[in-house]
Design a protein around this ligand. Structure first.
Ligand code: HXC
Ligand code: NAP
Length: 293
């Protein structure tokens, strides 16, 4: 048994309908595949219908599950409502919203146009807000029980990060929304949680965050205490647990899955890892000598 293996029992999501925004590629696709394997119906949405259709038929063939592709730009509330209605027409009800769609690129902030900054805020924060509001209103109106929202954020939602400032600003807002609604909407049976992934290689992220030879210059695995990047199945295992009934008492939580990456950057003396083992005797003697003096 290892971290690339599937964690939950086969029927863990049977009877659930899950909407995954940005489900046609990357981590959204990997999570969708596992949800289908666990018996859920899944609707995947993004701007590119052809990509969604290809992904849906590929995953249906691989898993035998039901995957509905729905074109929807999450920046537009009308499109989000149309997506919700299509999902309800197809599956009758929806149980889980997974806000995974995102936009991001590296840039010094002073180089950004106002529109460039808005574009990221609109996809990440406004898009997550649009979906959350439409689904939440529906669930509250229909008194649907046992529903949940899972938001994909990042560890820099709380640390902030240079060179991805619009993304950091937007993800911080999504995290605040997660924690706020976990309390406010609990009375309607809606749970809200988040996952903060560390580096998980995807084409979408790597093309925009590590373009050209930056991938070789900045090996992200080196920033991780466990010395590796994440495996998609590890994230899918965590997401499946969080949208399943096994996590029914988990609400308002953000779970970091990054091999210890952000804490390595944060701890003031973590850089002492560079000190070779044999030097510690000498350092200890120097410190103790100071104490006596
Ligand atoms: C500066 C840029 C830019 C860049 C775009 N713009 N790229 N400015 N540097 N590299 C500006 C444009 O000039 C324009 O402003 C504005 O941004 C909008 O650009 P469009 O191309 O018109 O936008 P759109 O077609 O909506 O595309 C959105 C996008 C694109 C975000 C720019 O990259 C995209 O579709 N991304 C979706 C997928 C994605 O980003 N995945 C990565 C998620 S990774 P002007 O003023 O010229 O009109 C992630 C992980 C984080 O979040 C953590 C990893 C460890
Ligand atoms: P990705 O493949 O680029 O996923 C982003 C998805 O969002 C795409 O499928 C894209 O599809 C969709 N999208 C973008 N704009 C949209 C819009 N306006 N409306 C609807 N859909 C839109 O990248 P990823 O790495 O898998 O990222 C998935 C999530 O993980 C994101 O929330 C990201 O912030 C988060 N994350 C990733 C990492 C990592 O290391 N990969 C680390 C931390 C957090 P279309 O282009 O077809 O619209």
């Amino acid at each position: 048994m290892d971290f690339t293996k599937k964690m939950l029992r086969d029927d863990a999501l049977a009877g659930k309908t899950i909407v995954v925004t940005g489900g046609g590629s990357g981590l959204g696709k990997s999570m969708t595949k596992y949800f289908l394997e666990l018996g859920a119906n899944v609707a995947i949405s993004s701007r590119n219908l052809e990509k969604l259709q290809n992904t849906a038929s590929e995953l249906e063939n691989e898993t035998g599950g039901k995957c509905l592709p729905v074109q929807c730009d999450v920046r537009n509330y009308d499109e989000v409502e149309q997506m919700l209605n299509l999902v309800l027409d197809e599956f009758g009800e929806v149980d889980v919203l997974l806000n995974n769609a995102a936009g991001n690129f590296i840039s010094p902030t002073e180089r950004l146009s106002a529109n460039a900054f808005d574009t990221i805020i609109d996809i990440v924060l406004k898009g997550s807000k649009n979906c959350t509001l439409a689904f939440g209103k529906h669930w509250i109106d229909k008194k649907t029980i046992n529903t949940s929202i899972l938001n994909i954020v990042t560890t820099y939602a709380w640390t902030g990060s240079a060179y991805v400032v619009p993304s950091a600003t937007a993800k911080a807002g999504v995290l605040a929304m997660t924690r706020s609604l976990a309390v406010e909407w609990a009375k309607y049976g809606i749970r809200c949680n988040a996952i903060a992934p560390g580096p998980f290689p995807t084409k979408g992220a790597w093309d925009r965050l590590l373009p050209g030879d930056l991938k070789d210059k900045f090996d992200l695995a080196k920033k991780v205490p466990l010395k590796r990047v994440g495996d998609h199945q590890e994230l899918a295992n965590l997401a499946a647990y969080l949208v399943s009934d096994f996590s029914a008492y988990l609400n308002g939580e953000v779970i970091t899955i990054d091999g210890g990456e952000w804490l390595k950057g944060a701890g003031q003396f973590n850089l002492l890892e560079a000190i070779p083992e044999e030097l510690w005797d000498q350092l200890e003697a120097m410190i103790k000598a100071k104490k006596r003096g």
